[in-house]
Design a protein around this ligand. Structure first.
Ligand SMILES: *[C@@H]1O[C@H](CO)[C@@H](O)[C@H](O)[C@H]1NC(C)=O
Ligand SMILES: *[C@@H]1O[C@H](CO)[C@@H](O)[C@H](O)[C@H]1NC(C)=O
Ligand SMILES: *[C@@H]1O[C@H](CO)[C@@H](O)[C@H](O)[C@H]1NC(C)=O
Ligand SMILES: *[C@@H]1O[C@H](CO)[C@@H](O)[C@H](O)[C@H]1NC(C)=O
Ligand SMILES: *[C@@H]1O[C@H](CO)[C@@H](O)[C@H](O)[C@H]1NC(C)=O
Ligand SMILES: *[C@@H]1O[C@H](CO)[C@@H](O)[C@H](O)[C@H]1NC(C)=O
Ligand SMILES: *[C@@H]1O[C@H](CO)[C@@H](O)[C@H](O)[C@H]1NC(C)=O
Ligand SMILES: *[C@@H]1O[C@H](CO)[C@@H](O)[C@H](O)[C@H]1NC(C)=O
Ligand SMILES: *[C@@H]1O[C@H](CO)[C@@H](O)[C@H](O)[C@H]1NC(C)=O
Ligand SMILES: *[C@@H]1O[C@H](CO)[C@@H](O)[C@H](O)[C@H]1NC(C)=O
Ligand SMILES: *[C@@H]1O[C@H](CO)[C@@H](O)[C@H](O)[C@H]1NC(C)=O
Ligand SMILES: *[C@@H]1O[C@H](CO)[C@@H](O)[C@H](O)[C@H]1NC(C)=O
Length: 423
């Protein structure tokens, strides 16, 4: 809990050996006060082109010796910018609200003309990738700590962060004693879904969870992301997958899809989307590839019931940020094999802490498609609408009443008759 402080203490004592082999930087503001502290390890894996249209992979670490002069501190936004080697840089932007701060996206630029890192590269360009971080809001005046590995994947670059200790918006010229640990470091904490899901579906397991703040009263729970529904309803796409050399479909899905990444939302465009997949006895897969997004839906067939088991969404938001989110422990869209699952009402599903999926006019059949048409549908609860239950309830109540009246009438008649006879 006092790791940040212990660390600074060690350094203050002038102990020569390095406590951690990470990259440490202090960023100071114009008054020479510490305003941003970082100690972290980053591993890069970069795929790049070499001769003959082949590609090679360069793997390297963020060196301990970095320059941080590009970093800036401001009252509400800070940038940690580390430059190293021959023109490479790694930067994180932090923004601050009243009680929390957060890291928005990580930008990594690498210079392919650096032959020590990228031998035989055919390009001399400097390439930049931006990824969204998984770091959820951290209480102001606390250190963010994450010893666990956290990997960010983009097209050609994987970045793995670990042993991370960061504090942005440092006050009083020293790092805080109080630590906000990432969820991966605190595995016993139960994970609560942030958005309610349809009653017929089980809450999906979130793969990344919010960090748990310890010993701080200052850090409020991270604010829930409230997406603003300003987009028009997405176009409903009809996706049909036919296995190679077969003219009949084995998997069919119709839906309109909206993707929420952090606070950004976008509609999935069916026009121009290619459909691939596979159909096996106990699992089937639908892969939708549009210009900007690739969605992989994996269905399983267990005990004559199918469900959406895994979902993987990778792509680029309209602001150009790469993302890659997956959950392989879902139980959505359940129905009996041989039927289809249908949900016309808009639904939203929290897939990971970063990714929310909205479906419209959903109908899907991943197994047992016959003659290229959907089989009978099992509808989701919301479609069946509560109002539809009301007439039934009234009807049932009325019948009860009638039966009751009838019984009491019959009993009454019998009683009065017996009474009559006894006289
Ligand atoms: C960061 O600041 C601490 C305390 O002020 C100091 O001991 C340490 O050497 C600094 N680290 C770097 C890399 O400048
Ligand atoms: C903040 O701390 C550093 C190192 O501990 C020191 O050099 C610097 O003068 C301090 N700044 C102020 C404004 O006291
Ligand atoms: C990034 O990681 C994924 C999944 O582990 C892997 O398939 C891909 O090849 C990696 N890319 C690079 C450039 O290392
Ligand atoms: C970070 O902030 C700087 C300056 O505020 C801005 O120029 C840059 O585009 C930002 N980068 C990201 C990834 O947001
Ligand atoms: C670079 O190319 C040369 C000749 O084409 C080859 O001998 C060498 O092994 C290559 N280096 C690497 C790291 O691939
Ligand atoms: C890269 O730069 C080097 C030196 O500036 C030059 O010799 C080489 O031709 C350039 N290669 C490409 C592909 O532009
Ligand atoms: C979440 O995942 C864990 C282990 O991966 C599993 O035991 C648990 O049943 C899952 N819960 C839900 C709601 O899927
Ligand atoms: C949280 O704080 C309690 C007591 O304040 C301590 O026992 C526990 O180890 C702390 N947990 C973490 C993850 O720091
Ligand atoms: C850190 O935690 C201690 C004990 O919980 C508390 O008294 C103190 O105010 C906290 N400091 C900050 C900067 O939040
Ligand atoms: C085409 O698919 C149907 C059902 O999915 C199967 O019965 C049939 O054998 C397949 N035909 C070919 C040529 O693969
Ligand atoms: C789909 O896109 C093509 C080319 O971009 C366009 O010509 C066509 O009108 C579009 N179709 C629909 C239904 O929007
Ligand atoms: C980085 O994130 C911020 C806030 O989420 C966003 O406004 C900005 O456009 C992003 N920068 C880039 C280069 O995508």
């Amino acid at each position: 809990m006092y790791r940040c402080a212990t660390f600074v203490l060690f350094l203050a004592l002038g102990i020569a050996f390095q406590l951690s082999h990470g990259t440490e930087v202090n960023v100071t503001d114009k008054d020479n006060n510490l305003c941003l502290y970082a100690n972290l390890m980053v591993n890069f894996s970069v795929s790049y082109k070499v001769a003959d249209n082949k590609s090679a992979t360069a793997e390297f670490e963020l060196p301990a010796n970095v320059a941080s002069d590009g970093s800036t501190c401001d009252a509400t936004s800070s940038v940690l910018k580390l430059t190293f080697g021959e023109g490479h840089s790694w930067s994180v932007n932090f923004t601050r609200s009243e009680k929390t701060y957060q890291a928005d996206n990580i930008t990594f630029s690498y210079n392919l003309s650096d032959t020590t890192v990228f031998p035989n590269s055919t390009s001399n360009d400097t390439t930049t990738v931006t990824v969204l971080t998984h770091i959820t809001p951290v209480g102001v005046d606390t250190c963010y700590s994450c010893k666990s590995k956290d990997t960010f994947e983009a097209d050609l670059v994987n970045q793995t962060l670990w042993d991370v200790l960061i504090q942005a918006f440092v006050s009083n010229n020293s790092t805080s004693e109080n630590i906000t640990s990432c969820a991966a470091d605190v595995p016993t904490t139960p994970v609560a879904p942030t958005t309610p899901v349809a009653p017929t579906t089980r809450a999906p397991n979130t793969t990344t969870a919010e960090p748990v703040t310890n010993s701080t009263s200052t850090a409020p729970p991270p604010p829930p992301t409230t997406p603003t529904p300003t987009l028009p309803a997405p176009t409903t796409g009809q996706y049909i997958f036919k296995p190679d050399g077969n003219s009949t479909a084995c998997l069919m899905a119709d839906f309109g899809l909206r993707i929420g990444i952090k606070k950004e939302e976008m509609n999935f465009e069916p026009n121009g989307t290619t459909v691939t997949g596979k159909c096996e006895v106990n699992s089937s897969e639908l892969v939708l590839t549009s210009n900007t997004v690739t969605i992989t839906l994996t269905f399983v067939n267990e005990t004559k019931t199918f469900r959406l088991h895994a979902l993987n969404v990778t792509g680029k938001t309209s602001s150009g940020v790469m993302f890659s989110e997956a959950n392989t422990n879902l139980s959505l869209w359940q129905a009996a094999v041989g039927s289809s699952y249908m949900c016309n009402k808009e639904q939203n599903y929290t897939i990971t802490s970063m990714l929310t999926l909205y479906t419209f006019d959903l109908r899907v059949q991943p197994f047992g498609v016959k003659k290229g048409v959907f089989s009978t549908a099992e509808e989701c609860f919301l479609d069946s609408d509560l109002s539809f239950l009301v007439p039934i309830a009234v009807g049932v109540a009325l019948s009860f009443l009638i039966i009751l009246v009838l019984i009491s009438y019959l009993i009454g008649r019998r009683k009065s008759r017996t009474g009559y006879q006894s006289v």
